[in-house]
Design a binder for this molecule. Structure first.
Ligand SMILES: NC(=O)c1ccc[n+]([C@@H]2O[C@H](COP(=O)([O-])OP(=O)(O)OC[C@H]3O[C@@H](n4cnc5c(N)ncnc54)[C@H](O)[C@@H]3O)[C@@H](O)[C@H]2O)c1
Length: 275
């Protein structure tokens, strides 16, 4: 996937972010910084990744990958600014940013009964957190020389940012006022920021996963059951996606294989939004 540089992944302690962290390592990135509000889960993921790297080094000659973890709440402007700059200082540059941190809340009774505190929490994490990370990373990326392609040595982007939309960034579903609003907004943020920097080699795209098996969707058995019923009729492929399948889309958008792609919203959804 042509991702030889240094990656920063938010929400990397679980689900899709965790799969993305592992995928960058597998595809030969020089270093990854994994950020999450859950510091215990971060330690677990780091240990898993180091074991995987060690296993591969025993079996083959593949070079290693620098793995750093940072407990960060993406709603804190100060924490985000500090850590993004610290990662760039440690690695010497910052090539790929994956904005996977996010939460989902259902509002019983729908929009009329949505609590202000729920609305605010979802906006703070999914939208404002994404903006804080994008802003801090873009400032760094704009100052650095383009990374060279691992495939053919041509100069690629100065940096590539992948934000997390969702199928719920382009359609509505019930009881999801705040979540749907943030995912539509993340696609808008992606489009306007990509326009700002398309001419200077900073690419910004959104990935839009469909129903995907992660702790977000499987931890509540009732939510999972309702989702599986919906998936069987609403998703042309009639199944949920895996975190790895979403990570593959992220790698494509982050790396050199998508060098002419910016401002896009890539649906990885088993055909859901094609109906
Ligand atoms: N799972 C799906 O079906 C699905 C579908 C479409 C989009 N998405 C999006 O994909 C992204 C990843 O979701 P997932 O399914 O892997 O969920 P997940 O719950 O497994 O992982 C989300 C991670 O974000 C972290 N996080 C939450 N709040 C944070 C904060 N304030 N600061 C830092 N980290 C924080 C959590 O600790 C967790 O590790 C989210 O943006 C989600 O909206 C998921």
């Amino acid at each position: 996937m042509d991702v030889p540089g240094f990656a920063l992944i938010t929400g990397g302690a679980s689900g899709i972010g965790r799969a993305c962290a592992k995928a960058f390592v597998k595809e030969g990135s020089a270093g990854i910084a994994v950020l999450d509000v859950n510091s215990e889960a971060l330690e677990v993921v780091k240990a898993e990744i180091l074991r995987e790297i060690e296993g591969r080094q025993n079996g083959s000659t593949k070079a290693t990958c620098q793995v750093e973890i940072y407990p960060v709440n993406v709603t804190s402007e100060d924490q985000v600014n500090y850590v993004v700059n610290e990662v760039a200082r440690k690695f010497g540059r910052l090539d790929y940013v994956v904005n996977a941190a996010g939460i989902a809340i259902k509002h019983e009774g729908g929009a009329a009964f949505a609590k202000t505190s729920d609305w605010q929490r979802v906006i703070d994490i999914n939208l404002t957190g994404t903006f804080f990370v994008l802003r801090a990373a873009a400032k760094i990326m704009l100052e650095q020389e383009p990374i060279l392609s691992a495939v053919d040595g041509r100069p690629l982007q100065r940096g590539s940012i992948v934000n997390f939309g969702s199928i719920q960034g382009v359609v509505g579903i019930t009881l999801s006022t705040a979540y749907i609003a943030t995912k539509h907004a993340v696609i808008g943020l992606t489009r306007t920021a990509s326009e700002d920097y398309a001419g200077v080699g900073l690419r910004i795209n959104a990935i839009c996963p469909g129903y995907t098996e992660t702790p977000m969707t499987t931890k509540n058995p009732q939510v999972l059951k309702a989702m599986q019923e919906r998936v069987s009729s609403a998703v042309p492929m009639q199944r949920m996606g895996s975190s790895q399948e979403i990570a593959d889309g992220v790698l494509y958008l982050a790396g050199g294989r998508s060098s002419f792609v910016t401002g896009s919203a890539l649906m990885v959804d088993g055909g859901y939004t094609s109906r």
